[in-house]
Design a protein around this ligand. Structure first.
Ligand SMILES: Cc1cc2nc3c(=O)[nH]c(=O)nc-3n(C[C@H](O)[C@H](O)[C@H](O)COP(=O)(O)OP(=O)(O)OC[C@H]3O[C@@H](n4cnc5c(N)ncnc54)[C@H](O)[C@@H]3O)c2cc1C
Length: 377
């Protein structure tokens, strides 16, 4: 087994770590407090070629492999320490852009991918509804044929990038079954509703979307009519449980490094707190957790990249990340003592950001359902 990275991948990581530190990290605390998306940060990422990373060069992307995308996301998470930015980028990549690349017609790819890759367009995905969360098959949004068009009606919620997206792939129920539609968000029937005020990942805008007689062309159907749940949505979720998770791994590294540095300089009872064995063991456990999550994420990503079955491994990675990133953030606060409870230090933000990993893109309970069904079968 070869766990090594190529020289190019090492350089990619180092370069993206710098982008994270220089473009994302400044202002991350303020954006979190204000709950503010900053287009200037997005432009900075676009200048570094980030938005099109997973997409082939012929459509304006960088043609990065799945492992390359994980490395970029991990480095940005470590250097940038902005879970919201990671969420918006992840949604743009894995549920906004990749489905159009993988399932789009040539016309759809040519229309959307160049802009999504150069960052002039932002992507999004809308499957969740008020009554259809974990049970994505229970969607009620309807898609009804009208001549050569389709008319969409319904309400979506929790839509990452909802208020800023230029294109949104909407999952709706056609008579044949769940169908995905690529919707230009300037369509008058696509109405951005209430913006949702969140615990963490606050620099990423999240909104309700109302589809009100939203008319789209037959040419805007993504993939086959009636087959989108299995063919497109579940595949998206696997990308979320590999590539998107890598940003959380980077965040765990940053939180651990901050905590190690703090424990080495903070003195109590006449010595650095890192020299009290209880604290040293907390740091050791944080390192264990970090390595476990990182290995699980990269194993699932590698299986996906080489085309092997990876559903269980992706769920294992997601379940581990959801639990252990929160454990680490809580211990980071504990090691910082009262200061960890203040907004002056980044560890309280790390806790709020980390919590999303056990919810969005499939909860921990749903990951365990997937794993248990597989091992019991
Ligand atoms: C910040 C954020 C961003 C998001 N971005 C997007 C987006 O861009 N696009 C999109 O479509 N969606 C998005 N989502 C939605 C997300 O995928 C859902 O929140 C998630 O799938 C859970 O659905 P729910 O919130 O309705 O919870 P529910 O499904 O109502 O679950 C509530 C609780 O019940 C548990 N539960 C449910 N069913 C079972 C079961 N069978 N067995 C055991 N336990 C069960 C759950 O694990 C959970 O603990 C986002 C969510 C958040 C919070």
């Amino acid at each position: 087994m070869d766990f090594s990275l190529s020289d190019e991948q090492e350089a990619l990581y180092a370069g993206m770590l710098r982008v994270g530190r220089e473009v994302i990290a400044p202002g991350a605390a303020e954006r979190d407090l204000a709950g503010r998306w900053d287009p200037a940060v997005w432009k900075g990422l676009a200048a570094a070629g980030v938005p099109g990373m997973p997409i082939p060069e012929e459509y304006g992307g960088s043609g990065g492999s799945i492992i390359d995308c994980c490395l970029v996301n991990e480095a940005l998470g470590e250097g940038g320490r902005d879970g919201g930015l990671g969420l918006s980028l992840g949604a743009h990549w894995v549920i906004g852009t990749v489905p159009i690349w993988l399932h789009g017609t040539e016309e759809q790819r040519q229309r959307w991918l160049p802009g999504l890759c150069d960052g002039s367009l932002i992507g999004s995905w809308a499957s969740t509804e008020p009554e259809a969360g974990s049970d994505s098959g229970a969607i009620r949004t309807t898609a009804v044929r009208d001549g050569d068009d389709w008319v969409l009606n319904g309400t979506k919620t929790f839509i990452t990038n909802g208020p800023i997206a230029d294109v949104c792939t909407v999952l709706a129920k056609a008579p044949e079954g769940a169908t995905a539609f690529i919707v230009d968000t300037r369509n008058p029937g696509f109405v951005v509703g209430r913006e949702l005020d969140k615990l963490g990942c606050r620099s990423s805008p999240t909104a309700e979307i109302h589809l009100s007689d939203c008319r789209v062309r037959s040419a805007d159907v993504l993939g086959e009519v009636g087959n989108a749940l299995w063919k497109i949505a579940f595949e998206c979720f696997d990308w979320e449980r590999t590539v998107m998770l890598a940003g959380i791994v980077g965040g765990m590294r940053a939180t651990l490094d901050t905590t190690i540095a703090y424990a080495k300089q903070r003195e109590q009872f006449g010595k650095p707190i890192a020299h009290h064995q209880v604290i040293a063991h907390k740091l050791a456990q944080m390192e264990i957790n970090y390595q476990v999550v990182r290995n699980a994420v990269y194993k699932a990503a590698w299986l996906k990249m080489v085309g092997r079955e990876h559903m269980v491994e992706a769920s294992v990675a997601k379940a581990l990340a959801g639990t252990l990133s929160v454990d680490n953030a809580l211990e980071a606060i504990q090691v910082h003592g009262g200061y960890g409870y203040l907004r002056d230090f980044p560890v309280e933000r790390a806790l709020r950001d980390a919590k999303l990993a056990s919810l969005g893109g499939g909860t921990t309970e749903i990951q365990k359902m997937i794993i248990s069904r597989s091992i019991l079968a």
